[in-house]
Design a protein around this ligand. Sequence first.
Ligand SMILES: Cc1cc2nc3c(=O)[nH]c(=O)nc-3n(C[C@H](O)[C@H](O)[C@H](O)COP(=O)(O)O)c2cc1C
Ligand code: SF4
Length: 473
Amino acid sequence: MKIRRIAALKTADEFQKYLRENNIALPFAEKTAALNTPYQLNGKTIGNRFAILPMEGWDCTLDGHPTDLVRRRWANFGRSGAKLIWGGEAAAVRMDGRANPHQLVINADTLQDITDLRQLLVATHKENYGRTDDVLVGLQLTHSGRFACPHDINKREPVILYHHPLLDKKFGIPADYPVMTDDEISRLVQDYIRATELAQKAGFDFVDIKHCHGYLGHEFLSAVERPGKYGGSFENRTRFFSEIVQGIRPQAPGIGIGVRLSAFDFVPFQRGADGKGEPVKYDGYYPYAFGGDGTGTGIELTEPVLFLKKLLSLGIKLVCITAGSPYYNPHIQRPALFPPVDAYQPPEDPLVGTARLISMTAALKKTVPELTIVGSGYSYLQEWLPNVAAGAVANGEADFVGYGRMVLSYPEFAADVLNGKTLKKNKICRTFSDCTTAPRLGLVSGCFPLDEYYRGLPDYECLECSKQQTKKG
Ligand SMILES: Cc1cc2nc3c(=O)[nH]c(=O)nc-3n(C[C@H](O)[C@H](O)[C@H](O)COP(=O)(O)O)c2cc1C
Ligand code: SF4
C-alpha cells in the first residue's frame, strides 16, 4: 500500500482518479453551494451545514474551570463561521468522570464560567458574522468511564460496567476490579440530569448525552454480558440513556437533546512488527463492538439503527455519528497520516477510514431519514474537504458536516469555504496528530505545528523534546 499525500493530489481529477484506483467511494461536488443552505430543526433555522465537533484541550484548571486557552478555543469555534456547534468540548458531569485532571466540569461552581464561555463563542460569532439567531450551540456531557483519569495523568481510575477481555488486558484492569453497581448508575443518571439543568441555565440550546469513543455512555451499548437491568438485552443496555432523557424532560423542559454515537466499533488495534496497526487477536464471536458484526473488524448496523429509532421515539432528532475510540482504534475515528506518539502507523489509507465513516453515516441517514445527522472525521480530506462535504450534503448523506482538527489549525476554514475564498494552504490540518500526542504526554492540546500561538507556549518545547525521546526509546 503506497499512501499518497492529499496535498499531492492537486486537481479534482487527480483526487478522483486516486479514489477510483484504490476503490474508495466518496461523494464529491464540484461546487460547494449545498453547504451554504440553511436547515430547519424543530422550528429553528440553522444558517449553514458546517458543524464544529467537540474538541477538548486538556487545559482547564484542576477544579474544572476554563482557562484562557479554553476561552481562545471557544472564541475560535465562534469565529469559524459554522452555524452548528456540537458540544464545544466534553464536560464531565462530576469530578470522577474526568478523562484527565484538566477536563472541563459542569457543576454549580463552574456554572458562571461556562455561561461566559458560551457567551464568548456567540459574541465572537456575532462580531464576525453579524447575527446569531441562526446558530445552535450544544454542550457535550460525559463520564469517561473506563478511561477516567481524574486526578493524576499517570493514574487511571476506571469506572467500568463489565470486564472486557481485551480492554482490561490492554489497560491493566485486574479481574477482581469492581464493576459499577446499578445503584451507582442510578446516581450517575441524576448527575446527568443536574448537569443538563445547569447547561440550560448557561444558555445552551442542547446537551449531547455522549455515547461514543469508549467512554461510559458508549460502554453501556456493548454491556451484553452485564447482568441486571443495565446489561444484556438492547432495552437494558439503553436504559441508562432512557432514564437520563426521562429525567431531563421535567427538570430542564425545552432544552434540546442530542447524542454523539460511535455507530460502529472494532477490536483494539496494536502496533505490528512493521509498525502498522493490526487488530488484536480474539478467538470466536466478538460481542463487545457496538455496531460490529462479531468478527471484530466488520460492521453490522442493526443495533445502531434500533438505537436511532429509539431516539426518534423519545422525541430526539439530533445525532452526530462517529466511530470507535481514540484509545484503542484511533484510525477508524480520526484518520491520520501521522499517528499520535502512542499509536501505530496507518493500517489502511486514511482515506479508507474517512470513506468508511462517511458511508456508514450515509447508510444510517438513509435508514432513519427523519433524524438530523451530523457527520464526522472529514479533516483528513484537507483541500478536498469542501467538495466531499458538499457532495455528502447535496446527496442527502448527511445534514451537517462536522469537523474537529481542521478548526484547530484553521479556525476560519468554514467561513472561507462558504465565502468562496481560496483556502489558506499553510493552515490546512495535515493530520500530524500533535493535538493528540501532546495530551498523551501530559501537555495541553492544540495545533502546535500550525498555530503560532501554541508554538510560543513552553509546552511546545516539551512536546518536541518528548517526541524525540520517545522515538529514541
Ligand atoms: C485534540 C482532540 C480533542 C477531542 N475532543 C473530543 C471531545 O471532547 N469530545 C468528542 O466527542 N470528540 C473529541 N474529539 C474527536 C473529534 O470531535 C472528531 O470526532 C475527530 O477529531 C475526527 O474529526 P476530524 O477528522 O474532523 O478531526 C477530539 C479530537 C481531538 C483531535
Ligand atoms: S496538530 Fe494541527 S495539523 Fe496536526 S492533527 Fe492536530 S490540528 Fe491537525
